[in-house]
Design a binder for this molecule. Structure first.
Ligand SMILES: Cc1cc2nc3c(=O)[nH]c(=O)nc-3n(C[C@H](O)[C@H](O)[C@H](O)COP(=O)(O)O)c2cc1C
Length: 186
């Protein structure tokens, strides 16, 4: 089984990220290729990066860093569910990424971005630059423009058939990349 983690990037009260992430999570759970866990950065609740040494040295001093390292280390593939804030990635996601180095390396990551007309793509573009430095293999998994129109009364995400198809392609791509990158991690 591929260990897949779906990360909710936004943390503010009233955020819409969980609606989309829960939909992706439910779809991923149906895949017998993945063992999937949802990670909510609001619950992980990391402070602003507070380690005295460069994370690549892995000389962590804080328990929250050790816990975060363990969680990410045991993962094979990621989906970052992210909005764009002022044309960029949300700060809690950048902060969570910056805590670690080796734990991210040679792992695939798909972005599920959402927003207005641009569907959060500017956040995804920024993220590509950051994760590429960490030797992750990134791609646009799903782009959800004007996603608020797809939120139903219960606050859930009402996916279209096209959304579901695109999600299927994303899962297949993550599995393929995981196989290819495995050799680099050993
Ligand atoms: C601080 C902030 C900045 C935003 N900037 C953008 C933006 O640049 N582009 C965009 O399409 N939507 C933007 N929005 C609207 C978001 O797409 C929308 O609020 C979305 O629900 C944010 O994700 P979240 O609810 O998970 O926090 C912004 C929202 C916030 C709160």
């Amino acid at each position: 089984m591929i260990q897949l983690k779906i990360i909710i990037a936004s943390t503010r009260p009233g955020r819409k990220g969980p609606a989309i992430a829960n939909w992706v999570f439910d779809l991923a759970k149906k895949h017998n290729t993945f063992e999937t866990e949802l990670i909510d950065l609001a619950l992980v609740n990391l402070p602003f990066m507070d380690e005295p040494e460069h994370p690549s040295l892995q000389r962590y001093t804080q328990q929250h860093t050790k816990d975060w390292s363990e969680k990410i280390n045991g993962t094979d593939a990621f989906i970052f569910v992210t909005p764009e804030y002022n044309y960029g990635m949300p700060a809690p996601l950048k902060n969570a990424i910056d805590y670690l180095v080796k734990e991210w390396a040679y792992k695939p990551v798909a972005f599920v971005s959402y927003g207005g007309i641009a569907g959060g793509t500017r956040s995804a573009q920024q993220l590509k630059q950051v994760v590429q430095m960490l030797r992750m293999f990134a791609f646009d998994g799903l782009i959800l423009p004007n996603f608020v129109k797809q939120l139903n009364e219960d606050g859930g995400f009402a996916a279209t058939e096209a959304n579901e198809r695109a999600a299927g392609v994303m899962f297949a791509e993550l599995a393929k990349l995981h196989e290819a990158l495995k050799a680099l991690r050993s």
